[in-house]
Write a protein that binds this ligand. Structure first.
Ligand code: MRU
Length: 350
């Protein structure tokens, strides 16, 4: 199994995703600042992985803190939380994870300092384990929706690399393959950061799942040729009305799928559902360095002085989403009702 990130006695060990697919390099962060840098520079990326990394970053700051009182430790951890929360704005899992660590701290703050540190480390590791379990449950629910054979299109990387393990969208595909379905994955390359060609293709190759990489502009033609039976993607934030923020280009895929009568599924854990956000227009969209668009592998591809935009995410309105697959079951329209019902459930894999 791919080890995206893990808590070790030396710090947080994670795979440097910027080096894939040609180099499988692991690094160990020993400070929360290093974790924040890794998130900002997309060494660790993908909504659930960002959340777990942030929780571990807070646990790491606690581990090395010299604070002698709970109040001093809290001040330090608030600073760490603030730093981590400014790394990337769109994936709600980041803020969910930070809040969960704050809640944990409040529940254990009366204990001796050493015990609080231990409790925070255990909470971060629990979130890691829960994320894998949630992905497996999502796989179990979602696999039934995929065709028994044929092409399934995905965009970006919503796999083991984007989570603590197994993946959301790729978890659904993995589970379908484990059930004996003969799936062939079409992976959009996902310009400009190429998560599809660099990461999704790498993961699927490792697992022996047949895959074909296509450039983003080929998706419509593949659908028209009848090669795609379903689309499944991940999400960075799902609003209460079912609007979905995911990697830039997802919206185009959803519109194309509707035109061709192809089901468009979103796989996301409940930690990605933001019921406080009424609709997609309220989701903050990260704008990244335009060099990601103007340069490919260090070579300039756009003339000097030309205006460039680089929004990292887009919003797919709920009307294009056939179903949202969560670890607690499958939500369908009207999403206001189905999502809040699932969010109210407590058990994983129900
Ligand atoms: O910018 P990234 O690579 O962090 O974007 C990742 C995505 O858009 C994923 O589809 C999303 O986080 C879901 S990951 C299970």
């Amino acid at each position: 199994m791919i080890q995206t990130l893990e808590w070790t006695e030396h710090g947080i060990r994670f795979l440097d995703q910027t080096k894939l697919p040609t180099e499988e390099a692991y690094v160990t962060a020993t400070t929360a600042e290093q974790v924040a840098d890794a998130i900002r520079t997309m060494v660790i990326r993908g909504a659930p992985a960002i959340g777990v990394a942030a929780a571990m970053g807070i646990a790491l700051a606690a581990r090395y803190s010299k604070a002698e009182s709970a109040a001093d430790l809290k001040r330090e951890l608030d600073r760490t939380s603030d730093l981590l929360s400014k790394t990337r704005p769109t994936a709600v899992n980041l803020f969910w994870a930070i809040q969960r660590m704050k809640d944990k701290f409040e529940r254990v703050r009366i204990r001796p300092i050493g015990q609080i540190k231990q409790d925070l480390a255990e909470e971060a590791q629990r979130m890691h384990a829960e994320d894998i379990a949630a992905n497996q449950a999502m796989g179990h629910h979602g696999a039934t929706l995929l065709p028994s054979s044929g092409g399934v299109l995905t965009h970006c990387n919503a796999g083991a690399l984007a989570t603590a393990g197994y993946g959301t969208a790729l978890g659904v595909i993995r589970a379908a393959v484990e059930q004996g379905k003969k799936i062939h994955v079409y992976a959009d390359e996902t310009r400009p950061f190429l998560q599809g060609s660099r990461l999704t293709a790498w993961e699927l190759m490792k697992d022996g799942i047949p895959a074909t990489v296509i450039s983003d502009s080929m998706a419509g033609a593949m659908m028209r040729q009848g090669k795609i039976g379903a689309v499944v993607v991940g999400a960075d934030r799902v609003a209460a009305n079912g609007d979905v923020a995911n990697k830039i280009g997802t919206y185009s895929v959803a519109v194309l799928a509707k035109e061709h009568g192809i089901p468009f599924y979103v796989a996301a854990p409940i930690s990605t559902v933001d019921l406080a956000c009424p609709n997609g227009s309220k989701i903050p969209i990260e704008q990244r360095d335009v060099k990601e668009v103007s340069h490919i592998a260090g070579r300039q591809m756009v003339p000097d002085g030309v205006s460039i935009e680089n929004p990292a995410f887009d919003v797919t309105p709920a009307k294009y989403v056939t179903a949202i697959i969560t670890e607690r079951g499958i939500a369908r329209a009207p999403y206001e009702e189905s999502l809040s019902a699932l969010a109210g459930k407590t058990e994983v894999g129900a």
